[in-house]
Design a protein around this ligand. Structure first.
Ligand code: GLA
Length: 682
């Protein structure tokens, strides 16, 4: 019922936008009226038409995430990106818009109130850049703010009160896309500010015949998903992304529940891509790109492609994943389950297939599972399952499952298909046992290879391999002749890291090779991470000084004995909560997690926790302490106005202790969490 209602609402909105199209092509059309009237009037528009813009989520580039305001943001960069779009096949893959963000203008308007491009960055003006970009068959985007100034401290002119003049100037330059920000808005109502610019863009593009995609950037402050589909083509749903796992995760979680508001010409925008900027692993960047695509998010590349690695191009250029984002049905994937950080998100595709993301939020490998029926496919004896990162097809009897590495995503497209039998069966790999080990000590692991297919896996063989010098030995059979549907091969292993191995992370690989009944070779690989650890010191230690196993953080790195400075390591201030300064502890930014190896040898964790005083009123976080998989202590939501609160947890028997800071449920703006005076007793 809810779904049906959404559909109806979406169609109405598209109808409302139709009036916009008529304007841009110069036909007589009524100006758009107030939103409520639009909805009523649009119901008469039948069949629904649309303005033909952003029918699939916009794809392109924006400089902000890689350059911010730095001087390297200039004409050379923009032209260089356009060149690379063509040379590297990204244009053919669908990337189209080359967008300028903040800092392209001079701080003052000219004597006629016109905007002036910064001559140091754009010596030939913006229209020359537009011409160049257009000559490559691409489009140009620009930026300003629905306020008196843009967001940068240098204070570039905003368009509030200058909407028609600025929109005309953009149109005259040949601009195809406007990102309209929210800074310095003087408290003027958002609907009115963003609607005025919509009308100004329509008026301007009527004079040039060039339509302009309109990107609303008010950070989700006024629930734009409820009104912006009548105003623009996409709307930011959150604050700014940063190049970190914690930031990406926080934004993902805010954008996922908004699926019902997305559709052709109206997209939730969880902000631009960080893929390739260096703050996440390639596994994390594949998750970022997978999840943005299954959410039908705009795909705006945010790294400087002139310096990008092959891996970055492989991720951004994955056409099977891009096809998920660009599917013409325009559905945003829906969350089916998220228990314990094991996420299943499914997206209906126009051809009736479903794209399914098995996403692992946690710091260790997890089994994530669903079924063809649960993702909405019709009952069938077998399905074709396409792995969109491996580019391989399999058959499945209905189970869609995998062991997903920490922070990883397995992205598959599943369909009913009469030719399923030509593909080998899918197999699922698993590994039981702890991958935490002290050097020189043997650990016992058990691998499983399970046939998920309708057909049997033949001549199955499994191998576990470790770094050079590690002893890895199977202590039970590692091969089997035939594995029928649903059956598993279980193999025991003994693994030893050599004496003297330094503490840290090491790569292991579990691999199964097999054949389909008709002899087609297949393989499945599960990358694993083992951690070589040292036993914690006995007595009471300050956690600010102990080595950790792993960290994730919303902005910048976790800091030892200072607050979080958001960017480089060591850029924090003394830990200060409620006016009290602390010498020891950890400074983090939500979403954050810091893990310590305690080897079943410790008893308690204590700390004084709160939002660091350096932040404004927006900061709100909650603190949690986990002993292995169990939450053993937590605070409620703490805000900037509160003094530090004591937290204490019994961690007896835990192998690993995890200190978690969540965003308090409202995104990660200004969420500087301090674990002051944090101590571990062993
Ligand atoms: C805001 C926006 C960002 C970026 C900057 C530029 O923070 O949300 O995406 O455009 O302004 O100053």
């Amino acid at each position: 019922m809810r779904h049906l209602h959404t559909r109806t609402a979406r169609r109405r909105v598209v109808g409302a936008l139709a009036a916009g199209l008529l304007c841009t092509v110069g036909l007589a059309a009524p100006a758009l009226a107030a939103p409520t009237e639009n909805l009523a009037a649009a119901e008469d528009v039948s069949p629904a038409v649309d303005d033909g813009l952003a029918l699939t989520p916009p794809m392109g580039f924006n400089n902000w995430n890689s350059t911010h305001c730095r001087a390297e943001f200039n004409e050379d960069m923009v032209k260089g990106i356009a060149d690379i779009f063509v040379e590297k096949g990204l244009k053919d893959a669908g990337y189209q818009y080359v967008n300028l963000d903040d800092c392209w203008a001079l701080p003052s308007r000219d004597a006629n109130g016109k905007l002036v491009p910064d001559p140091a960055r754009f010596p030939n003006g913006i229209s020359a850049v537009a011409d160049y970009v257009h000559s490559k068959g691409l489009k140009l985007g620009i930026y300003t703010s629905a306020g008196t100034k843009t967001c940068n401290d240098a204070g570039f002119p905003g368009a509030l009160g200058h909407e028609y003049s600025d929109a005309q100037q953009f149109a005259d330059w040949g601009v195809d896309y406007l990102k309209y920000d929210n800074c310095n808005n003087q408290g003027v109502d958002a609907l009115s500010r963003y609607t005025t610019m919509r009308d100004a863009l329509q008026a301007a593009s009527r004079t040039t015949g060039r339509p302009i995609v309109y990107s609303i950037c008010e950070w989700g402050e006024n629930k734009p998903w409820e009104w912006a589909s009548e105003v623009g083509h996409l709307w930011r749903t959150t604050g700014d992304i940063s190049d970190s796992w914690g930031s990406m995760l926080s934004i993902l979680k805010q954008n996922l529940p908004l699926d019902e508001y997305a559709g052709p010409g109206q997209w939730n925008d969880p902000d631009m891509l960080e893929v390739g900027n260096g703050g996440m692993t390639d596994t994390e960047y594949r998750s970022h790109f997978s999840m943005w695509s299954i959410m039908a998010a705009p795909l705006l590349i945010g790294s400087d492609l002139r310096r990008a690695s092959d891996e970055t191009f492989d991720i951004l250029g994955n056409r099977e994943v891009i096809a998920v984002d660009q599917d013409p049905l325009g559905e945003q994937g829906k969350v089916l389950s998220s228990e314990g950080g094991r996420w299943v998100v499914a997206k209906e595709m126009r051809d009736g297939s479903r794209t399914v993301a098995l996403f692992n939020e946690t710091g260790s490998a997890q089994r994530v599972a669903t079924t063809a029926q649960a993702v909405g496919l019709p009952d069938a004896g077998a399905y074709t399952l396409r792995d969109l990162w491996q580019h391989r097809s399999y058959n499945t009897a209905g189970t869609i499952s995998a062991t997903v590495p920490a922070h990883g995503t397995v992205l598959v497209r599943v369909a009913t298909d009469t030719r399923w039998a030509k593909n080998p069966p899918a197999v699922e790999l698993g590994l039981d046992g702890s991958l935490l080990t002290e050097a020189g000590k043997k650990v016992t692991l058990t691998s499983t290879v399970t046939d998920l297919g309708r057909t049997a896996a033949k001549q199955v063989s499994v191998q576990l391999s470790g770094p050079k010098g590690w002893a890895v030995r199977a202590t039970s059979p590692a091969t089997v002749n035939s594995l029928p549907t649903g059956r598993s091969l279980r193999t025991s292993w003994k693994v030893t890291a050599p004496d003297g191995t330094a503490a840290g992370s090491y790569d292991l690989k579990l691999k199964a090779t097999y054949r389909s009944p008709t002899g087609v070779r297949a393989e499945s690989v599960l990358p694993l991470t083992a951690s070589v650890v040292v036993a914690p010191p006995s007595g009471v230690s300050s956690l600010g000084d102990l080595p950790w196993l792993s960290t994730t953080n919303g902005w910048g790195p976790v800091e030892r004995n200072t607050s979080n400075g958001e960017n480089e390591a060591g850029d924090g201030n003394p830990l200060t909560v409620g006016g009290v300064v602390w010498a020891d502890g950890l400074g983090v930014h939500a979403e954050s997690s810091v893990e310590y190896y305690t080897g079943k040898a410790c008893e308690t964790v204590t700390a004084q926790v709160g939002v660091d005083d350096e932040e404004g009123a927006d900061g709100s976080v909650a603190f949690e302490i986990w002993a292995d998989g169990t939450k053993v202590a937590s605070t409620g939501v703490l805000t900037n106005s509160q003094a530090a609160q004591a937290i204490s947890a019994d961690v007896t028997g835990a192998q690993v202790v995890r200190l978690v800071v969540t965003d308090g449920g409202d995104g990660i703006t200004s969420d500087h969490g301090d674990w002051a005076d944090a101590q571990l007793a062993c």
